[in-house]
Each structure stands twice: as C-alpha cells, then as structure tokens.
Design a protein around this ligand. Structure first.
Ligand code: F6R
Length: 608
C-alpha cells in the first residue's frame, strides 16, 4: 500500500527521502516519486516500477533543496504509470502533494475542475487536491484549511509550496501520519519505519489534524484552524516492530487493515458514479461470457473458502450454476470442461502450484480463464485472460486475513458483473454497490470490540483441545475459515460444519465445556441454527456466537457474543469472519505461539 515521507531540515532532502522510501518498500507499491522545493521552484521526479528506477533517475539529476516529499504508490485509481505517480502538482507547478487514501467525491470534483477549465494531467484523485490548493491564494496552511471541507473520503496528505520552501503542511483524515521531531529537522511519514533512522521522537497526528512543520517547529491545528496540543513521544521500538506499524504482529496489523483493503477493492471496480460495477475493469470479453453455461472456481485453503461463498454470490445474483473444487483435486478428477465454462482461479499469491495447474487445465480445454488475485504480474495473473486484482496490499502474516475478505468482495463484484452481462435489468447492483461502499465502516465498527471480550473467548477455547464451528448457508464457509484460522496459528483442533449436519456425527464430541462457535448473524435460517445450538447446549457445550449485539434468542444460550453490526445478507460473510480472525489471534498469543509464522506453514505454496 502507499507510503509517504516528508523532510525539512539543513541537509539535502533527496537522499533522506530515498532512504525513507526504501524503508516503506515492504508495504508494496508499483511506482514512486519525490519533489523538492528549492530556490528555483518545485522539482519533481517520478518513475513507474521499482524504487531503483527512481533512484537511477535521481542520481542523474541535480535536485538541490532541503524541503521535500516522497511517495510509493500502490495503484488503485489509474494505472501505475509515471503520470499517475505522486507527487502531483497544480497547473502552475507552484505546489506539490503526496497522498494516501481515496477521495469519495472524486467524480464530482473532477467534473467541477474540468468545467472550470483546469487541464488535468493524471487519472488520480490526488491531482484534484493539488489543483484545488492551486486555485486558492495565500499561505499554504490557509489554503489547506479552505479546501478541507471539499474533501470527502480518506486521506493523508503532505504538501510543499515553492512560495514557502521553509514549510511542510500535513493533514489527515483516516490513513495515519506521524511526525518525526529531529535535531534541527522535521520529518513526516505514513509509518514510523521511515523515520527511525533519524529520530525516535514522534508526534502521532490524530484524525482531522492539520500540521505545519518548519525546521525547528511543529504546530498542529484542527480542521477549523484552532491550535491543538499533541504530545511528543519517544519510541523504544525496534525496527522490526515498527514495520508492523505499532501492532504486535503482522497478522493483527493486517486484520486492522481490512476496512481500507476492502474499500480499495470495492472502489477499483465500481463505475465512475459508483452506482454499479465497471465490467471493463475486469478485462472480460462480454461476448464470450454471454455463452457460458457454468462457472468453475478452483483454489486452495482460505481462498477455497472464499470460493464457497462466491458460489452463493454467482448462483444467486447471476443465476449461473457454479462448481467449487480444491485445485489440488480438480486436475485429477478428469473434469468436464470446455468453452461453455468460465474457470476462475482464486489465489492471493498467484503462485500456488495446484491452482496454477488447475488453471492450465482450463486453458488447454479452451475454457475462458480468469483469476481473482492479489499480486499483479504473478503467474496466475499472467496465465489468465481476465483478472480481478484484490487490493489487499502485501500480506505478510502466514494466516490469510485481508486477502480473504477482499476475495469475498471481488467475487461479489464478479457476480454482479456476470449479472449485468446476463442482462438482468433491475436495481440490485445499485443497491449492492451502495452497501459495498458502506462495508468498510461496518468492518471498522467490528474492529472496535474491546480485547477483553475476546479474552473471555480465549478462556473457553484454551480450556480444551478441540472446537466445533457452525454456520449455515453462505456462513458455513465462514465457519470453515474460522476453524482453519484457529488450527493454523493456535494448533488447537477445530472443525467447521453446517449447523444441520452437526447431529449426523460431530455432536458425539460434545460434552461439558466443549466450545462451539456459531456464525449466527440475522438470516432467515438463524432460528434453525439456534435450534442446533440448543441441542449442543443441553449436552454441556460452551457457546460463542458471532451475532449483532442484543440479537434475540441468545439469552441463556450463548456464553459469549462476539458482536458485529447488522449488514446486508450478502455482506455478512465479510463482517462475520473478523471476530473469528481475532479470536484465533488472541488464542495463539495467549498460548505464546509464533502468530506470523506458524510451524510447518509457508505463505506461498509453490509446490504440489
Ligand atoms: C490460510 C492460507 C492458505 C492459503 C492457500 C492458498 O490462512 O493462507 O490456506 O489460502 O495456501 O494460497 P493462495 O491464495 O496464495 O493461492
């Protein structure tokens, strides 16, 4: 995901900015750039691809100046080209900005600026901020305060102006920004990793803050321009911990990145006015797709669970029959496959050997071939004709979290695209597009549950060695995923089952204190699941339920509710998995295990 660095001090800015960008590389990016405010105005350097491309350019360019900004960009709006890389400038070239996040009123601002005769040189929402600033007059800080009410969405921005080369202005709403207070110099970055080589004294900006940085002073304001106090903290983190953005483990960080990851994935595939899916964005050939009679989903592990939910999405929304197979089994079962079957390989890494082999099989059989993948230019990406990139950013924790939720969203978008191709004419996609845009808020709300709630769940799970996870319908795959998460990182044995199957065998396991985790948000089938839970309760089970706080039917039944907000049925799988990820995480931490690198597991399984 994108990274920001800014510097003002008594040294040349470019080498310091490049060093900061190197530290931010782990976040993943596909272009990079920097800008310096010097005596001759603003100088900009940008390059697509790896940071070494930018470094090469920088070595050949004189860019004197002691105030500057740098950025690594993970493309969401607009291709990863040099023109779309940051910094972006206004038309006069007198100011430059870098930006993390997404403007939600992108389309209306763009139209407004165009109507006013502003010539836009990129596809980014970032340029719109630069242009808005360029249209204002006066000191940079005043300009920022004036345009803030125009910006809807999420942003962390750092700006420089040729007219005030002794200043940086930073402001945020959503994505983080941290200021580094150095010795005769100031830095600002999207995470502390980029600052640590120069200072350990930092100020974490809060949501809505605007900060003016000079060589020896930081002043922080609220959005109305009133001064606010922010404490300077001294970090004692080591660099590895800092890379985790302050989280104890990558897995926890990645769990918390899900609102952003999901938002980015949703916005990447909605049309300009965000009222439906943008089919062109998938690169699918609508003519060929109109002929398909079946969809075949292939994947492994967590990605296979996403496919099980995807089957519900595609069958319900596009009315096309869907088969889901483990990629490792598929190629050995001599599948019936031809031009009438759309084969989709779902893979976070794009390098899983079994999934690639299943996709190859599809290719040879002449099936239209697509992938839902998190890594641009991976093997799956190159093999497929149609690609849908999940915008999860690099996932480092071995146990998949944000890759899974973005896969669910991607499969829902695929279902909506297929629905459109099949000619359904109603407002279902408009309704779901609106719900999808609200989904990040529901995820953020779910993440607000205090840790103590999970600790009660940890006590119930660590008192025994086995657990049963139950769900029904499209929440059954979430029960499977919850059980897999627990197994992977805590090494406790857990099984996922459809609620109705429970009395056909697994109920034999239940006795006093046996934990049963129910994925039980509000659905027409919830009553039936409550019935299944009463059956295990009478046999002594301890029941943990993922459900809306205060939902009826759980009093006297559940020992613990892991609360989620009430969301549209199609979005319940995405929201319901969050408490299960956190539960598994806290159990593993309690057991003192290596959460990010569990024994025997690899992040990418490139062998059969
Ligand atoms: C579980 C997990 C694995 C992967 C599986 C497929 O947390 O991460 O089960 O989902 O190895 O990997 P990809 O999606 O990269 O093909």
């Amino acid at each position: 995901m994108c990274g920001i660095i800014g510097y003002i001090g008594s040294h040349q800015a470019v080498p310091i900015l490049l060093d900061g960008l190197r530290k931010l590389e782990y976040r993943g990016y596909d272009s990079a750039g920097l800008a310096v405010a010097g005596s001759g105005g603003i100088q900009i350097l940008r390059a697509a691809g790896k940071l070494s491309n930018l470094e090469e350019k920088a070595y050949g360019t004189a860019m004197p100046g002691m105030t500057g900004i740098g950025h690594t960009r993970w493309a969401t709006h607009g291709a990863p080209t040099e023109a779309n890389a940051h910094p972006q400038v206004d038309t006069a070239g007198r100011l430059a900005i870098v930006h993390n996040g997404i403007l939600e009123n992108y389309a209306s601002l763009r139209a407004e600026l165009r109507a006013a005769g502003t010539e836009l040189t990129s596809d980014t929402d970032t340029e719109l901020i630069a242009q808005l600033l360029g249209r204002e007059e006066g000191p940079l800080l005043d300009r920022v305060l004036r345009i803030l009410p125009r910006l809807e969405g999420q942003y962390a921005v750092v700006a420089i102006s040729a007219d005030e080369p002794g200043e940086l202005v930073a402001f945020r709403q959503g994505p983080p920004l941290v200021i580094g207070v150095g010795d005769g110099e100031m830095l600002v970055a999207s995470d502390v990793t980029a600052l640590l080589s120069r200072t350990r004294r930092v100020i974490f900006l809060e949501h809505g803050d605007v900060a003016r940085l000079s060589l020896d002073q930081v002043t922080v304001f609220d959005g109305a321009g009133r001064k606010v106090e922010r404490a300077v903290e001294t970090l004692d983190w080591d660099a590895a911990r800092a890379e985790k953005g302050g989280y104890r483990h990558f897995m926890l960080k990645e769990i918390h990145e899900q609102p952003d990851a999901v938002r980015n994935t949703v916005l990447a595939y909605l049309d300009q006015d965000r009222r439906g899916v943008n089919i062109e964005g998938f690169g699918l050939d609508p003519g060929r797709l109109q002929k398909i009679q079946r969809v075949q989903l292939v994947a492994c592990g967590t990605s296979w669970h996403a496919c099980l939910v995807g089957k519900f999405y595609i069958e319900r929304l596009a009315q096309i029959p869907v088969d889901v197979d483990y990629a490792s089994e598929y190629r050995y079962r001599e599948p019936l496959l031809g031009e009438d079957t759309l084969l989709i390989g779902v893979t976070q890494s794009g390098e899983t050997a079994d999934t690639l082999a299943a996709m190859e099989l599809g290719k040879h059989a002449g099936a239209p071939l697509a992938t839902v993948c998190n890594v641009r230019n991976s093997s799956a990406w190159r093999l497929a004709e149609a690609r849908l990139l999940t915008q999860a950013g690099p996932e480092i924790g071995v146990a998949s979290t944000k890759a899974f939720t973005t896969q669910l969203v991607a499969l829902l978008l695929t279902a909506l695209a297929l629905r459109k191709i099949r000619g359904f004419e109603d407002d279902v996609d408009v309704r779901l597009a609106a719900q999808l845009q609200r989904l990040p808020l529901a995820l953020a709300k779910t993440l607000e549950t205090p840790d103590q709630v999970y600790h009660r769940g940890v006590d119930l799970l660590t008192a025994t060695t086995d657990a049963l996870y139950l769900g029904r319908g499209m929440l059954y795959p979430i029960a499977l995923e919850g059980a897999l998460k627990l197994k992977e990182i805590s090494y406790l044995h857990a099984e996922g089952y459809p609620g109705g199957e429970m009395k056909h065998g697994p109920i034999a396991l239940v006795d006093d204190g046996f934990p049963v985790v129910a994925v039980a948000p509000r659905t027409p089938a919830r009553e039936k699941l409550l019935g299944n839970l009463r059956e295990v309760q009478t046999r002594g089970a301890a029941i943990l339920a993922v459900a809306e706080a205060g939902a009826p039917g759980f009093e006297g039944l559940a020992d613990l509710i892991l609360p989620i907000p009430d969301v549209d049925h199609f979005l319940q799988p995405v929201v319901s998995v969050i408490p299960l990820q956190l539960l598994a995480y806290y159990v593993a931490v309690e057991l003192g295990l290596d959460v990010d690198q569990p024994r025997n597991l690899a992040k990418s399984v490139t062998v059969e």
